[in-house]
Design a protein around this ligand. Structure first.
Ligand code: FA5
Length: 334
């Protein structure tokens, strides 16, 4: 063993074990710098044997290579650490972004529109603020009718009011168009009703109007039954019973078996087993005359349904006030 090989072994072990670039620099200065034992020894080169001088030079070159390799390795490790510290893990799931959705009543309304569009009807939207003519007079609802009173209707002035049903849309449509007409008219209506499980002072209705030649009451029944079957499936029973509306003759109302008690009787159906869905009838000839449609040539039917009642029935909801309270625990279920 020579001095040079001992020196090399010791220096190699230290260089390979250097933990940082600063440590390595200190080792380089210590083993290869101007005052290092190796440099000092080489300075005496003239007095050394050629063989020993050559060995010292090889040791120096070897050590310089070792330092270079060790520096490269430490730099690589340092760069990797910087990358690792600032890295973004693209496989991490992101923060959830809350997603909005259509309100249940809007979903049902669109479903209703789809069913009627499928039968060739068009969708028409009337105004929420109307005159007494289209909401009452043209629909042959005389001045003394209770629905015209301030207790039932929100008046904006003597002659202008918030529509109490979607039936004035029939008037607007027939005034604007000539038959044949196959249309539905969904929209918001207003009444001074006391809120309870099935009543709200503002609610949604959908009106349907058909005016054509040769229309019979069987067309009305078939249309309403088809519509309810599409919405609720064939299991739910529908009944049609006689009723009265000033603007239809004869008039009927449609009831569907109660979805809460399955027709056994409960507070929601007021123990009758049935929930009223809407009114309907044969368009009164006087209504046709009021809008310039000849009742000897044209006949037709109309009906108006409550959309909240439909939504309640579809989803077994016991109280329509849930729709307006905007409680996310309810709304997020749909
Ligand atoms: C009417 O509004 C008539 N315009 C319906 C009609 C149209 C008859 C065309 C004939 C021809 P009614 O007042 O019964 O009828 O209301 C219709 C439906 O609206 C009711 O069956 C019910 O489903 C719903 N409804 C009535 N009042 C309320 C209320 N306060 N809250 C929620 N839904 C209601």
């Amino acid at each position: 063993m020579s001095w040079a090989s001992d020196y090399l072994d010791e220096a190699r072990a230290a260089i390979v074990g250097a933990g940082s670039l600063q440590d390595l620099e200190q080792l380089r200065v210590g083993y290869l710098g101007r005052k290092s034992p190796l440099t000092l020894r080489l300075r005496e080169a003239a007095q050394l044997e050629i063989e020993e001088r050559a060995e010292l030079n090889r040791t120096k070159i070897h050590l310089e290579d070792l330092v270079k390799t060790a520096r490269r390795e430490l730099e690589r490790v340092a760069i990797e650490r910087v990358y690792a510290d600032s890295a973004v893990d693209v496989t991490l799931p992101g923060d959830p972004v809350p997603r909005g959705r259509l309100h249940l009543l809007t979903q049902i309304r669109r479903e209703i529109e789809d069913i009627f569009l499928g039968m060739g009807y068009e969708v028409f939207e009337g105004d929420e603020v109307v005159d007494a003519w289209s909401n009452f007079d043209a629909l042959t609802t005389d001045a003394g009718h209770p629905s015209r009173s301030q207790n039932d209707t929100f008046y904006l002035s003597e002659d202008v009011l918030l529509r109490t049903h979607t039936s004035p849309d029939q008037i607007r449509l027939m005034e604007a168009r000539t038959p044949p007409i196959y249309a539905i008219m969904p929209g918001r209506v207003y009444r001074r009703d006391t809120p309870d499980a099935t009543h709200s002072p503002t609610f949604l209705q959908v009106e349907a109007l058909v005016v054509d030649r040769g229309i019979t009451l069987a067309d009305l029944k078939g249309t309403v039954l088809h519509f309810f079957r599409q919405l609720f499936g064939p299991a739910r029973e529908v009944r049609m019973r006689t009723s009265f509306f000033p603007f239809t003759e004869p008039s009927v109302e449609f009831d569907v078996t109660c979805f809460i008690c399955d027709a056994q009787g409960c507070p929601v159906c007021k123990h009758s087993g049935w929930i009223e869905m809407g009114g309907a009838g044969w368009v009164d000839p006087d209504v046709f005359r009021n809008v310039g449609v000849d009742p000897d040539e044209w006949s037709g039917f109309a009906f108006g349904l409550g959309i909240e009642r439909i939504a309640m029935l579809r989803h077994g909801l016991p109280d329509l006030r849930l729709f307006w309270e905007n409680d996310l625990r309810v709304l997020e279920q749909f």
